[in-house]
Design a protein around this ligand. Structure first.
Ligand code: AMP
Length: 250
């Protein structure tokens, strides 16, 4: 069984995000980019499935600018077998990505797609769900455990107040939560090997997908600055301040 893993190139999670001066978005000039952390977990899970014989091939796919090749190489250094880049400079919104991934899935015919639960740049958490709908497959989102047996995926999901275990018929789509696994560090030999693994480049036009954005970003702004705190002498002063200044007590 083939596993398809969509991976997104995002601003590295360690970078302090700066809003662009004109409020049109965030500043990406000279900023470190990396693989979306939830997608690293997805790649790790797919590679583990192949290592224990539950999958035969792991294919990673990224949609975006040419530099997404670096993200795909990083995924192949973790252990993915080959990569597909859907190259475009256009702004891609989740529905457009889901449509591109749908077209790639139709070519690749995977038995399982593992997405991240959300991309840390747009926090949309939409692409996997829309892709499952386009494919007409069952979906198991926010997975913290994944087991395959008898043509089904048994997935433990993190939900409010506990864990839910569901069983979904394959082919299916799973999205990863943080506790699914801890991705390995790519070793230097594997980084070198990844440079030689196959990377195919497609375009939205070749896939027959219209990626025109449906949404317009009206404005992006910094969160309000937090005011510095003060020390109070005793409980009486705290209660007085909460009542008279913060007005959270009556
Ligand atoms: P989002 O819906 O944007 O929060 O993204 C959820 C997941 O969809 C990500 O964790 C990726 O697995 C996948 N995804 C989103 N955008 C892309 C992209 N441009 N290329 C490949 N995969 C993507």
């Amino acid at each position: 069984m083939k596993v398809l893993v969509p991976v997104k190139r995002v601003i590295d999670y360690n970078v302090r995000i700066r809003v662009a001066a004109d409020g049109s978005g965030v500043d990406t000039a000279n900023v470190k980019m990396s693989m979306n952390p939830f997608d690293e977990i997805a790649v790790e899970e797919a590679v583990r499935l192949r290592e224990r014989g539950a999958a035969t091939e792991v294919v990673v796919v990224s949609c975006g600018v040419a530099a997404c090749q670096d993200t795909l190489r990083a995924a192949m250094a973790i252990g993915a077998d080959r990569a597909v880049l859907v190259a475009t400079d256009a702004e891609l919104q989740p529905l457009a990505v889901a449509r591109l991934l749908h077209a790639v899935a139709q070519r690749e015919q995977p038995g399982l797609v593992i997405c991240g639960k959300q991309a840390i740049d747009d926090d949309a958490s939409q692409t996997g769900q829309m892709l499952a709908a386009l494919l007409g497959w069952g979906q198991a989102t926010f997975a913290s455990k994944l087991e395959l047996s008898d043509g089904r995926a048994v997935v433990t999901r993190e939900i409010d107040g506990g864990l839910e275990t569901i069983s979904v018929a394959l082919p299916a789509l799973v999205t990863t939560d943080l506790r699914l696994n801890e991705p390995r560090y790519a070793s230097l030999p594997n980084i070198m090997k990844a440079k030689k693994k196959p990377l195919e480049t497609l375009t939205p036009e070749a896939l027959g997908v219209d990626v025109t954005p449906r949404l317009i970003t009206v404005r992006v702004s910094e969160p309000a600055k937090r005011q510095s705190g003060v020390k109070v002498a005793d409980v009486a002063e705290l209660v007085r301040k909460l009542r008279d200044e913060a007005k959270v007590l009556r």
